[in-house]
Design a protein around this ligand. Structure first.
Ligand code: DP6
Length: 341
């Protein structure tokens, strides 16, 4: 038996994604279904690699992220995913999970998206479940809704009250870049899960967000399919600000922005008015992501690096789908086997 086919162990890689049309809020139907449709771009430069080994000698699941053993809620989230896999596969062993992000964790850089997508693909394969994008996307979504989108390459949608994400257009569809301007690397105070629940329960603007998000999602999708950068820029910024406005209305308020985030919002707005094809978006954190045409990325990067408070810029292109990795060598260097999850 070759090492690759040894039962109980598998590795996978998945890439982070950034929403062009945002998801914020859970459906009343439960199961971590989303209340609004969302549309994202998978990013090539931000990856999580994950190895899952079911092992009869373990007394409980062990989860290591970036060399650190997880406990508490972080561990429970992983264990819940593993429980679903064990149930589906008739697997009774606990698992050892080793994951590495190549970017800062939990600072609004979609680490849960790439993390749970890689984990879902690796865990299903390690348990011997058949390759299925639909099932891997559903499994990832049940842990973190945005993770459902990281199963697929390029431009991806997750409709409201829907189990799995679906591809909208491949990476080659639109030659854009997303530049991630890091203004803070530390972990955020309010998790996205907690923040959206607080918004739902206490913000008078949450109702407005629920009404505005679906037509805006359709606008953004049409703009993307038409490769209409101006319209896409307008829609993505509007989706971003409507989502954050709903958080400002929560009690206590949720404000992820830092001074540099606000500086960048103004600067990008002015630059677009001056002819630069650039648009901003922010998620549950202060880092600013700037969408631009690939032909303009070097100019955008040069600008962002000059802004005081920006400590690092990561230039991302539309990225590939999640995939299994070979079991040879260290996890950080393992190559894609290009088998579907
Ligand atoms: C602001 O997927 O992190 O990034 O489902 O509770 O894990 P959970 O939330 P998560 O929320 C992401 C919200 C967002 C917008 C988006 O990615 O659509």
């Amino acid at each position: 038996m070759t090492k690759e086919s040894s039962p109980g162990t598998a590795r996978a890689v998945a890439h982070a994604n950034i929403a062009l049309a945002k998801y914020w809020g859970k459906s009343e139907r439960g199961d971590n279904l989303t209340a609004v449709p969302s549309l994202s771009l998978t990013l090539d430069a931000l990856t999580t690699r994950s190895q899952v080994s079911f092992d009869a000698s373990l007394k409980s699941d062990e989860v290591i992220l970036g060399g650190k053993t997880l406990g508490g809620r972080e561990l429970t989230r992983v264990t819940e995913l593993l429980d679903r896999v064990r149930k589906a596969a008739g697997e009774s062993r606990f698992a050892r999970v080793d994951s590495i992000n190549n970017f800062p964790t939990a600072a609004g850089l979609a680490s849960s998206a790439s993390g749970f997508a890689a984990l879902a693909v690796a865990a299903r394969a390690a348990a011997g479940l058949p390759a299925s994008d639909k099932d891997a996307s559903k499994l990832a979504r049940q842990s973190s809704a945005s993770a459902a989108r990281s199963i697929f390459e390029g431009f991806v949608e997750l409709l409201e009250d829907t189990d799995s994400a679906e591809p909208v257009a491949p990476s080659s569809h639109f030659d854009v870049c997303m530049l991630v301007a890091i203004v803070q690397q530390e972990r955020k105070d309010v998790s996205s899960t907690g923040g959206m629940e607080q918004t739902r329960l206490t913000s008078p603007y949450y109702r407005g967000w629920l009404e505005a998000a679906p037509p805006l999602f359709r606008e953004i999708k049409q703009a993307l399919l038409a490769r209409d950068f101006e319209r896409l820029a307008w829609g993505m910024e509007r989706s971003t600000l409507l989502m954050h406005a709903s958080m400002f209305g929560a009690d206590p308020p949720i404000v992820y922005f830092k001074p540099t985030s606000v500086e960048l919002i103004h600067a990008i707005k002015n630059r677009r008015a001056g002819g630069h094809p650039e648009a901003f978006t922010l998620d549950a954190g202060p880092n600013v992501k700037v969408l631009t045409l690939a032909s303009h990325a070097a100019k955008t990067e040069e600008f962002l690096l000059r802004v005081p408070g920006v400590t690092r810029v990561i230039v991302c292109r539309p990225g590939p789908r999640a995939a299994l990795l070979s079991l040879d060598g260290p996890l950080s260097e393992a190559r894609r086997t290009d088998a579907a999850p």
